[in-house]
Design a protein around this ligand. Structure first.
Ligand code: FA5
Length: 342
């Protein structure tokens, strides 16, 4: 009898371990503890035992019955979720705050610049990042084997054209869109072209292999350096919301004549010298100049009738100056501690 009770207990507890829903639990209860249940049957037979056995087995049977009933109750609670903490949810509490994303500092400044230029009548254009050698170099007056190509070492794509040349490059500057824009819209023309550019570059605090520029191009009758300087001033005032010290020096780019370099006094060290400005106190921000007549010709525009200016703003560097970011590598680091500050 003792063995029978022990086996029955084991059988019931094994079943209870597997039970996952209310219906099965109920069926199990009826099967063992119901009026005609297997366990009830054993209890009923206790009356046939002799007095001594009845006392000993009876006590054991009661203990086992209590254990089984407790286990049934526990399983029932788990199934109905009573032991589950979810039961205690207070629906009046405020929900978990969903973290809203935000714009990258580069995008913030790019948007501000676009608004500024749109207000001055400029279009905002786009261009391909994977560019032909023609638009990136030749059309801006940098022929094959010209030493000026060394200024912008780039990533050539491992695919030859029909003539057996590698003619696809990751664009090295947004100037690649100059001739595309002239061919599409003709003169007069005012546009800015923000976008990513790529260079095979030795990386440091102010040099990245992937960074952003914003090209500016204005073509019309009698456009001169005066127009260029007026637009540059407007741009810097709009972004920095205060006077910033700049210096202009001659600069060489095959696609402008004359060419200038506009440097900005390093806002990180106030001109004292730091790694971001290579200890010079100045940061090269925006080369510019009057569009070379040959480039106008490539764009299908008559250089006798029209002239123009162009600039190539280092957008990433401008953002560094604006927000006091001392290392350009932070932009591509994916470090949320950096990005969440803006
Ligand atoms: C150019 O890319 C010319 N296309 C700019 C131009 C346009 C000149 C129109 C005249 C007329 P440059 O290589 O200097 O020029 O780059 C322009 C700006 O991009 C620099 O002044 C600097 O602010 C930024 N820049 C250049 N190289 C890097 C780099 N590796 N990392 C971050 N910013 C850079």
């Amino acid at each position: 009898m003792k063995d029978k009770l022990a086996n029955l207990k084991k059988e019931i507890l094994d079943y209870l371990k597997e039970v996952k829903d209310d219906q099965v639990l109920r069926e199990l209860e009826i099967k063992y503890l119901g009026r005609k249940g297997k366990f009830t049957e054993v209890l009923r037979n206790l009356k046939n035992l002799d007095a001594n056995e009845k006392k000993e087995i009876g006590q054991l049977a009661n203990e086992i019955k209590k254990e089984i009933l407790d286990k049934f109750k526990e399983v029932k609670n788990i199934i109905s979720g009573e032991n589950n903490q979810n039961k205690n949810i207070d629906v009046t509490l405020p929900g978990k705050k969903i973290k809203a994303g935000h714009l990258n500092p580069l995008t913030i400044i790019q948007n501000e610049l676009e608004d500024l230029f749109i207000a001055m009548g400029f279009m905002v254009l786009d261009g391909p990042e994977l560019e032909s050698d023609y638009y990136n170099f030749e059309a801006v007056n940098i022929p094959k084997n010209h030493p000026a190509r060394d200024m912008q070492d780039t990533f050539y794509i491992d695919k030859k054209n029909k003539a057996g040349e590698y003619d696809l490059v990751m664009r090295t500057h947004t100037s690649s869109v100059q001739v595309r824009a002239m061919q599409k819209y003709g003169a007069p023309l005012r546009c800015v072209v923000p976008g990513r550019v790529f260079r095979c570059e030795a990386i440091d605090a102010s040099h990245e292999h992937t960074f952003d520029q914003m090209e500016g191009l204005m073509v019309g009758e009698k456009i001169s350096l005066v127009n260029l300087i007026a637009v540059m001033k407007e741009l810097l005032k709009g972004i920095f919301k205060k006077e910033v010290e700049v210096r202009v020096r001659p600069g060489y780019f095959p696609f402008v004549e004359p060419g200038i370099e506009l440097d900005i006094k390093c806002t990180l060290c106030e001109g004292k010298g730091c790694p971001a400005c290579k200890n010079s106190g100045w940061l090269e921000l925006m080369p510019a100049g009057l569009v070379h007549p040959k480039v106008l010709e490539y764009g299908g525009i008559d250089p006798q009738k029209y002239s123009g200016f162009a600039f190539g703003l280092g957008l990433t560097r401008l953002v560094m100056m604006k927000y006091g970011i001392n290392d350009i590598r932070l932009f591509n680091s994916g470090d949320l501690r950096f990005l969440e500050q803006f």
